[in-house]
Design a protein around this ligand. Structure first.
Ligand code: DPZ
Ligand code: ZN
Length: 371
């Protein structure tokens, strides 16, 4: 069963003693068929069955307990049936720990050129060769089963921002109907779980209705969708000031697509347990390193003769064995090693941040740090 195991009662009392602002923060363990997930957790994005520029064993050294795979990409290439025949995504990509796959709906809307939303599902043309596909609650759930996902996401419609109340209402109602069909199509097994995704945009009554609809389906966990879609941090936090409280306290809460360190800290303070974002990997490949001194744009010429590491106390290979001057050079000349080292550092930075947050919560200490 995918369940969140909270700290023993006396440690919970410590958390409760923490400053009000932190009272909703919680640290725990999600137990799954592929191992434990220590929360709050950050999931590196492994879009096409690989965390770009990283070996899976390198991802493991950063401290990641779980990575995310994208159903849309994997269903197009190499195809879910082929991955199943080859032993599933864990074996295919040599990652034995938990895997969460998204439902594919979000990426269909952002990547495929031609698509049509119907009650049945989304009909779309592959962005690769234009061939026609249909993604529905049933087919998305089956594809994720064939991939062997530890945590399957229900098929939803991500309500765009901004949306009128009426638009958000009808989109949320579609997500509720699709959630019911996704839940029916899910093959329930010990140690595997399916998460529902609540919508409702910035409207609290719609968020409540969405939560009530999905709680009825008794998912193993719940995601908050429709955020990190351009609304900005202030509005996102305004929704997070109440939305996590609408969800079962004993089940994991996953904020999709978030985010920068400050976003993560603010969301943990509001009761979120899980995160995924391309920022550490994508920005690493683009030459941006997250450090305790702030973001370092390594392409800046001021680093071309800087013989110091990105962070003197970081244990990643980039910091242990190389200098900013070398990273500057590699990224400038577009050497693959540059992308590898910058990605490795950023993933290590994000996992260190999550580890520190978990420690501070367990000790009932305030954690406003973002370094
Ligand atoms: N920011 C977001 C990122 C995401 N991957 C998703 C998603 O996959 N589904 N639904 C969502 O609402 C959503 C929001
Ligand atoms: Zn480092």
């Amino acid at each position: 069963e995918v369940s969140i195991t909270k700290f023993p009662a006396d440690e919970r009392k410590i958390i409760a003693k923490a400053h009000d602002k932190y009272k909703k923060a919680r640290a725990g363990i999600i137990n799954t068929r592929h191992g434990q997930i220590h929360t709050p957790a950050f999931m590196p994005v492994g879009t096409k069955g690989t965390v770009k520029a990283m070996l899976p064993e390198s991802v493991q050294t950063t401290g990641a307990d779980i990575i995310l795979g994208n159903t849309y990409h994997l269903m197009l290439q190499p195809g879910a049936k082929r991955v199943f025949k080859l032993g599933g995504l864990h074996k295919f990509m040599n990652w034995s720990k938990p895997l969460l796959t998204d439902s594919g709906g979000f990426q269909v809307m952002s990547l495929s050129k031609l698509r049509k939303i119907t009650e049945e599902g989304v009909i779309f043309n592959s962005h690769i060769d234009g061939s026609k596909f249909m993604l529905s609650p049933e087919s998305s759930t089956e594809i994720q089963y064939l991939l062997g996902s530890t945590i399957t996401m229900a098929f939803d419609e991500c309500t765009p921002y901004p949306s009128t109340y009426e638009q958000a209402k009808s989109s949320m109602e579609l997500t509720s109907r699709w959630a019911k069909r996704s839940r029916k199509a899910f093959y329930s097994r010990d140690g595997y779980g399916q998460f529902g995704i609540i919508q409702g945009s910035i409207y609290n009554d719609l968020r409540l209705k969405s939560a009530l609809d999905l709680i009825e389906l008794d998912f193993e966990g719940y995601a908050i969708g429709g955020l990190a879609v351009g609304e900005g941090q202030e509005l996102m936090f305004k929704v997070l000031d109440y939305a996590p409280d609408l969800l079962p306290i004993n089940k994991p809460r996953y904020l999709m697509g978030v985010g920068k360190p400050a976003d993560i800290i603010g969301a943990v303070q509001r009761g979120i347990d899980m995160f995924d974002c391309v920022i550490p990997t994508r920005s690493g490949r683009n030459g941006q390193a997250f450090t305790k001194y702030g973001v370092v744009n390594i392409r800046n010429s001021k680093y071309k003769e800087d013989n110091t590491p990105l962070e003197e106390d970081c244990l990643c290979p980039a910091c242990k064995n190389y200098t900013k001057a070398y990273l500057h050079y590699l990224v400038k000349v577009k050497e693959i090693l540059g992308a590898m080292l910058m990605t490795w550092h950023n993933l290590m930075y994000f996992q260190k941040l999550m580890l520190r947050i978990r420690e501070y919560i367990a000790q009932g200490k305030d954690f406003d740090f973002i370094s």
